[in-house]
Design a protein around this ligand. Structure first.
Ligand code: GTP
Length: 314
């Protein structure tokens, strides 16, 4: 199954840097490498395989005015047809916001004409450059973007290539492209209950992006701004809001260390004084992490539960 993902926004807003981070999401390339990238000429395409048979076809559309004008006229149908997701990137420090918004509105029009079902994600990017209150700046931008988008249902994220925010936004974007993502979350909630777990998280195998969590009940939980993953479960009230991204980073680093000593990573068990965690393969394309705070629950029992649940998740 192929899904077209359009990456658009003004020249210099950070699309190509973002794309490289996304493509390198499971190698450990530092963000600083992206400063060497030049402007994108017209459209650059990449394919990313995800969850075995889901192929994301990423179109990085160069943002210089001449290219934008051409997308909106001569190339209009080619660009805007069969789009699964439009990701529009705004530089939070842009000095040409009025022009950026005008192009954005024109692109929405193209999308409405050729792919009215497409999901729209807006990234207020380079948040690391904001000196004043980030939350306030983000809220103001979000409001401005909602104003020009009419009644379109938007998902807006504040992002930067220098922290986990981009990972979080991308996880949410990918979530909308996964068929039956809601059913997955429901299964996961049942599974978490069966394990008496505080939380269960499903990761994609190669990228370790979060696909579903037992605390996200339905779509809206995953489609809003920065704090969206936390709101559904009262038990998760005191948990760190960046825990998914941080866990993913840690596991990737650990996997990387294993490969450096030619070891292979299969599973992980941790028993600490106040919690137990088990990470294991769930299906051919996913890993599951179970976190339990009940000291009477043995890791062997959790692993048995994983084995028994596998068929349900294939
Ligand atoms: P075009 O290809 O012309 O459309 O531009 P683009 O949107 O692809 O921009 P690009 O990715 O080339 O980034 C432009 C500059 O912004 C580069 O110097 C990046 O290093 C920088 N940049 C990208 N993301 C961030 C970020 O999150 N924070 C900061 N501070 N700089 C960033």
């Amino acid at each position: 199954m192929k899904k077209k993902v359009l990456l658009m926004g003004a020249s210099g807003s950070g699309k190509t840097s973002m794309r490289s981070i996304i493509l390198w999401v499971y190698s450990n390339n530092p963000a600083s490498l992206t400063s060497r990238l030049g402007a994108t000429i017209d459209v650059e395409q990449n394919h990313v395989r995800f969850l075995g048979d889901l192929i994301l076809n990423l179109w990085d559309c160069g943002g210089q005015d001449a290219f934008m004008d051409s997308y909106l006229t001569a190339q209009r149908a080619t660009i805007f047809q069969h789009v699964g997701v439009l990701i529009y990137v705004f530089d939070v420090e842009s000095r040409e916001m009025a022009k950026d918004l005008e192009y954005y509105r024109d692109c929405l029009e193209g999308l409405r004409q050729f792919s009215p079902e497409a999901a729209v994600f807006l990234l207020v990017h380079k948040m690391d450059l904001v000196r004043q209150s980030r939350q306030e700046t983000f809220n103001a931008k979000k409001e401005e973007l909602q104003d020009v988008s009419g009644d379109l249902k938007l998902s807006v994220f504040g992002t930067s290539i220098y922290d986990e925010s981009l990972y979080k936004a991308w996880s949410n974007i990918v979530h909308t492209l996964i068929p039956n993502a809601n059913i997955l979350s429901k299964h996961l909630a049942t599974f978490a209950q069966a394990c008496s777990a505080t939380e269960v998280i499903l990761f994609e195998r190669t990228t370790f992006l979060v696909i579903a969590t037992s605390t996200s009940t339905s779509q809206p939980a995953l489609s809003s701004d920065s704090d969206s993953l936390e709101t559904e479960n009262p038990a998760s009230g005191s948990l760190d809001p960046t825990r998914y991204e941080r866990t993913s980073e840690l596991i990737k680093a650990f996997k990387h260390s294993c490969s450096r000593v030619r070891g292979e990573f299969h599973s992980l068990e941790m028993e600490l004084w106040d919690f137990t965690a088990v990470l294991d393969e769930m299906t051919r394309n996913t890993y599951v992490l179970i976190v339990v705070h009940d000291p009477t629950i043995e890791t062997a029992a959790l692993k048995l539960n994983i084995r028994m649940a596998r068929r349900k998740f294939e």
